[in-house]
Design a binder for this molecule. Structure first.
Ligand SMILES: [Zn+2]
Length: 321
């Protein structure tokens, strides 16, 4: 048990946790708990504890034998003090996490940002193995990014490095969730693909996907997009290609600016829709400068849904902290 850690992936719609072997990256057990939007600080801790308790019951391990609890959360955090500063997707702000959790279980606890820990997971056991510097970009409802530099997460002065989703690709363009406009996220995310399709449907284009759109919130799942692409649906293909071309511009910008050897692309849209991945890579290679482009390798993430749990567990690996 000396190498085992508990990894917790705390997102906007679920808390997932597992027992992670920090030497092999194997996940022995997982227990998933759904979270909903909450506004009670105590409730956040109660939900975390409930998910961890479920895991402990299922695995019947003594938590004192583990390295401790690593938590990756979708929000801005203060790493040193272990505080969740702001998490709009979870609906809370200013919650102390590591101290009460560590006190309750009697083991160390560390907090990381969800993208930072997902990149850490890929570094140790996924598409970032044997790489010491790379950029991980995850495409879903938004676009997030984790940077690994010289074998460690690079966080920037304020801990916000990697906000590639909010780099501006169209001056005065579409409104973005950050309050700005023309951001990459507003053009290349799954949300952007869905908006493009909905606008096509409103203009009267026929599409096989019309019965798979949730009109109450405009969400179209990545798997539904993949199904429509394989059927040759013109509206969906056009919308996916357009978004992926913007993603390719984003990738070329990253390559020109940071000159990484590898960019890892992940997230639901990339995993489900090959056309998106292939188009983004093609566009990036067309646009990147010749010298940084020569050695640029763009690959898919490998850990899928479990990257968050595994990476969170790796926060407890002293060597990487
Ligand atoms: Zn933005």
């Amino acid at each position: 048990m000396a190498n085992m850690a508990i990894g917790v992936d705390f997102g906007g719609t679920k808390i997932a946790c597992g027992l992670v072997d920090t030497r092999s990256g194997q996940l022995t057990e997982t227990a998933k708990k759904k979270t909903k939007i909450i506004d009670d600080k105590k409730d956040v801790l109660d939900r975390l504890k409930s998910a961890i308790d479920d895991l402990l019951t299922e695995t019947s391990i003594d938590i004192k034998d583990t390295l401790g609890i690593g938590i990756g959360v979708a929000g801005m955090i203060d790493r040193q003090r272990g505080i969740l500063l702001s998490a709009p997707n979870i609906g809370v702000s200013q919650v102390a996490i590591t101290e009460p959790i560590s006190k309750h279980y009697g083991v160390p606890c560390r907090l990381g940002n969800d993208l930072e820990v997902a990149a850490l997971g890929e570094l140790e056991f996924g598409a970032g193995r044997k790489q010491d510097s790379f950029v991980c970009i995850f495409v879903g409802t938004g676009i997030g990014c984790g940077i690994i530099h010289d074998g460690r997460p690079y966080l920037g002065t304020s801990g916000t490095a990697g906000e590639i989703g909010h780099t501006i690709v169209v001056p005065d363009g579409r409104k973005c969730g950050c309050g700005g406009s023309g951001c990459l996220e507003a053009y290349a995310s799954r949300t952007a693909v869905a908006k493009e399709i909905l606008s096509g449907l409103e203009r009267g284009y026929e599409s096989s996907i019309s019965d798979k759109v949730d009109l109450s919130n405009g969400i179209i799942r990545s798997k539904a997009l993949a199904g429509a692409v394989s059927l040759g649906d013109a509206l969906v293909i056009r919308s996916v290609v357009k978004a992926a071309q913007y993603m390719g511009i984003g990738l070329a910008n990253v390559a020109n600016f940071y000159n990484p050897k590898r960019i890892i692309l992940g997230g639901g849209l990339v995993e489900a829709v090959d056309l998106y991945f292939e188009t983004a890579v093609k566009e990036a290679k067309l646009r990147v400068l010749p010298v940084p482009g020569r050695k640029l390798d763009i690959v898919k993430a490998e850990l899928g849904d479990f990257a968050g749990i595994i990476g969170a567990g790796m926060l407890m690996n002293a060597k990487k902290s």
